[in-house]
Design a protein around this ligand. Structure first.
Ligand SMILES: *[C@@H]1O[C@H](CO)[C@@H](O)[C@H](O)[C@H]1NC(C)=O
Length: 374
């Protein structure tokens, strides 16, 4: 009888303990990966590795990863382990978001920067760039999301190519084209990757260069000069920059009328977003490698811009840091597919130019192009 009773008590005790333990831990990426709680919570390295191995096989299955050799596999497993530790650090620095395993968990930070980012160049502006006029900000809506108004297409995936800048550019022009014509067209990043070699006017060597990076402002300048962008279906994305330029002027689907840079003021950014459509913005992406969801608002984040994305909206009260009122945030469309982040989207807090998100913001206006359909 005594043994049964103590067994019963043991079970009750463990059940009570479980929620206590997991409430303190890094939240799991999803329910099918519960072991991350043990992984990041493990007191000893033995626990950590035991959990990590299981977690690594879940990761490989989920993202369809396979490695050419055992050496490569072991090397990637080691990086995966380092990234679990990084995710835990990011979680501490950024408690209003959830950090954990992502499709990039087997990449070193260097590989991540080299292959899935791709913003290069300085802050100087192409000759045709305007400064956006100051807009009134008193009647801005409290919450706003261009996805609710038909100006944002499905999330795309840049693959292993540093072409983020081309996705940010097409996203902004797709929105502007929608506002000008009422048509939501998907535009060609590959045209920019293959054909746009526009250079920063004052910084020699800082030119748009396919999978090796580029700048949205230079890409708007290229698009203005070239006459416009073709449709995705007429010039599909390949994810490499080894092909030649196949731009066909007779198949232009959307054109740039002009483009402007927006001042660093967050109300001006919001006003330009609401008036002109989604904005091309640059950001420091270091927290995005481990981002799973929530509003990212790290205590410390570099403002060195290395990633181009699309600002599509904002919310007034999305996350509540401890002992503070709900805080506003930006809604950002990324180009890493729908499996990353919140169905391909990222939320970052407003108010402090976090990760440099307010530093390089551009708006584009589309010309009314008679659009070709294939
Ligand atoms: C940009 O083009 C749009 C549409 O043609 C026009 O309404 C706007 O005034 C232009 N802006 C600038 C700064 O030239």
């Amino acid at each position: 009888m005594d043994r049964i009773r103590s067994l019963f008590l043991l079970v009750v005790f463990s059940l009570l303990l479980v929620p206590y333990v997991s409430s303190e831990t890094l939240a799991a990426e999803s329910n099918d990966q519960p072991l991350i709680r043990q992984v990041v919570d493990g007191s000893g390295d033995g626990d950590l590795l035991l959990g990590a191995e299981h977690h690594f096989s879940l990761f490989k299955r989920r993202y369809g990863k396979s490695y050419a050799s055992q050496e490569e596999h072991d090397y990637r497993f080691q990086i995966f382990n380092n990234n679990l530790r990084r995710a835990k650090r990011h979680q501490k620095l950024d408690p209003s978001a959830t950090h954990g395993v992502t499709q990039f968990s087997d990449l070193t930070p260097h590989e991540f920067r080299r292959t899935v980012l791709g913003l290069r160049g300085g802050l100087r502006l192409p000759s045709d760039a305007n400064k956006a006029p100051i807009l009134p900000t008193d009647n801005l809506p409290g919450d706003f999301d261009w996805r609710d108004h038909g100006a944002v297409g499905p999330v795309k995936n840049q693959g292993s190519c540093g072409s983020c800048w081309s996705f940010s550019t097409t996203g902004a022009l797709e929105g502007a084209h929608f506002l000008a014509t009422g048509e939501l067209a998907s535009l060609s990043e590959q045209q920019l990757v293959d054909c746009d070699h526009e250079c920063d006017p004052e910084e020699k060597g800082s030119c748009d260069s396919g999978c090796n990076g580029g700048l949205m402002n230079s890409a708007f300048e290229y698009t203005l000069k070239a006459g416009g962008l073709m449709r995705e279906e007429d010039y599909p994305y390949t994810g490499t920059d080894r092909g030649t330029c196949k731009f066909d002027k007779t198949k232009i689907a959307a054109s740039v009328a002009n483009f402007s840079v927006v001042s660093l003021d967050e109300d001006q950014i919001a006003a330009n977003l609401v008036k002109n459509g989604p904005l091309a913005v640059a950001i420091n992406a270091v927290f995005m490698q481990t981002y799973v969801g929530g509003v990212s608002c790290p205590y410390i984040c570099s403002k060195r811009l290395d990633h181009g994305v699309l600002l599509v909206g904002y919310g007034s009260a999305g996350y509540a840091p401890i002992r503070m009122k709900d805080k506003p945030y930006w809604i950002i469309k990324n180009s890493w597919g729908e499996t990353w982040g919140e169905n391909g989207y990222y939320k970052i807090c407003r108010g402090r130019n976090i990760c440099g998100v307010d530093s390089m913001v551009s708006t584009v206006a589309a010309a009314h192009t008679t659009s070709h359909k294939s």
